[in-house]
Ligand binder design. Structure first.
Ligand SMILES: O=P(O)(O)OC[C@H]1O[C@@H](O)[C@H](O)[C@@H](O)[C@@H]1O
Ligand SMILES: [Mg+2]
Length: 219
């Protein structure tokens, strides 16, 4: 693959920081209140999935018992719980290897962006104190069609002023890898084979990403 890479686009939750436990606690609290079973395993399916799609998955067939207004109220309620957990976030919530990865991207002179499905992405970045690191930030408000649609990545590339094929995407979610592939970018999965093995490359975790070696191999 002879690639001229100009930008690295990072997913936030699961690549830079691990918020899935907070999402899980929020959804679990809501599910208990509604008398619906929701396990840690169920939560894995919500990785990278938008808030509304997550609630649809959580409710399953029970969705027909709720009005549109009740659905909205439940999304708001879960988000309130999630935001309570976020107030406790700090730099210590960066995933192992994340700080080094951001430094390496900068040192190589590459552009760097966040493309997250979360509407809380800016709050999370602020909590981690890394907002200033990025050339641009796309979040759950940036585009209409969530991952696995390629929209958020294409939107981000446009804001960076680079072509899709000049971008590498780092993603921990199945839907995120799908979105990066659909955007014609180099899709790098971060996580187990069963989840992100369909990307162009894969690393077990953020700490395992050797960017220099990886980029040199692309040439
Ligand atoms: O509810 P929020 O903060 O807008 O997040 C939407 C989604 O954002 C993604 O980054 C998370 O992986 C999902 O679990 C989450 O549902
Ligand atoms: Mg993610």
């Amino acid at each position: 693959m002879n690639k001229d890479i100009k930008a690295i686009i990072l997913d936030l939750d699961g690549v830079v920081t691990e918020t899935s436990e907070y999402h899980f606690q929020g959804w679990k609290r809501l599910a208990e209140e509604e008398g619906i079973s929701f396990t840690r395993e169920d939560n894995e399916q919500l990785r990278g999935v938008s808030r509304s799609k997550s609630l649809e998955l959580l409710l399953g067939d029970y969705i027909d018992n709720y009005t549109k207004e009740e659905f909205q109220e439940m999304m708001d309620r879960k988000n309130g719980y999630y935001q309570e957990y976020l107030t406790e976030m700090g730099e210590e919530d960066l995933l192992p290897g994340a700080r080094e990865l951001l430094d390496e991207i900068k040192e190589r002179g590459l552009k760097m962006a966040i493309a997250s499905a979360s509407r809380n992405a800016k709050t999370v970045l602020k909590g981690l104190d890394i907002t200033q690191e990025f050339n641009t930030i796309s979040d759950g408000y940036s585009v209409e069609n969530a991952k696995p649609a390629p929209d958020i990545f294409l939107h981000t590339a446009k804001k960076l002023g680079v072509k899709p094929e000049e971008c590498v995407v780092l993603e921990d979610a199945e839907s995120g890898v799908d979105a990066a592939l659909a955007a014609d970018m180099v899709a790098v999965g971060v996580g187990p084979k069963e989840r992100v093995g369909h990307g162009d490359y894969r690393f077990d975790s953020t700490a395992d990403i050797n960017l220099t070696e990886f980029l040199d191999n692309l040439k």
